[in-house]
Design a protein around this ligand. Sequence first.
Ligand SMILES: Nc1ncnc2c1ncn2[C@@H]1O[C@H](COP(=O)(O)OP(=O)(O)O)[C@@H](O)[C@H]1O
Ligand SMILES: [Mg+2]
Length: 152
Amino acid sequence: MSEIVVPTAAEMQALGARLAELLQAGDLVLLTGGLGAGKTTLVQGIGAGLGVGGPVVSPTFVIARVHRGGRLPLVHVDAYRLGSVAEVDDLDLDAALEESVTVVEWGEGLVEDLAGDRLEVRLERSSDPADETRRVTLAAVGDRWARADFPS
Ligand SMILES: Nc1ncnc2c1ncn2[C@@H]1O[C@H](COP(=O)(O)OP(=O)(O)O)[C@@H](O)[C@H]1O
Ligand SMILES: [Mg+2]
């Protein structure tokens, strides 16, 4: 478990890029945090770190996008409108999850079964609306992450 204070959006992207260095094929990263917490901003950094093509944007009208061209394919899922894990499996993503890195926004309580091992990332805003600082907590579940050297 590690807790990181992230003052700006640029630093959130930089954190994503550092996280990307740790990622391997088959990894699942679960992002939780309210609207505007910085989930998509973090995924932009992960995409940049993997070297994928195409802009990583909030998949508001699409449930998932696959970004290729990087070290590993990045599957970016917005689970906000999904009701069950079966729907995630049914997305027919045209990308094998075991060969990709899958990052899910709003996946809490929904996609844990996709992989027993996962990295859970919680993003929280300050209670002061004028304070843009985000607090990011990383919690690893499973053997996969036992020896990972998390950014701090
Ligand atoms: N420290 C910070 N970390 C992340 N985003 C920040 C930060 N400070 C300001 N922002 C801004 O907050 C917004 C976060 O939006 P977004 O990443 O789409 O959130 P979410 O996907 O969680 O709804 C962006 O406009 C981003 O520029
Ligand atoms: Mg988002």
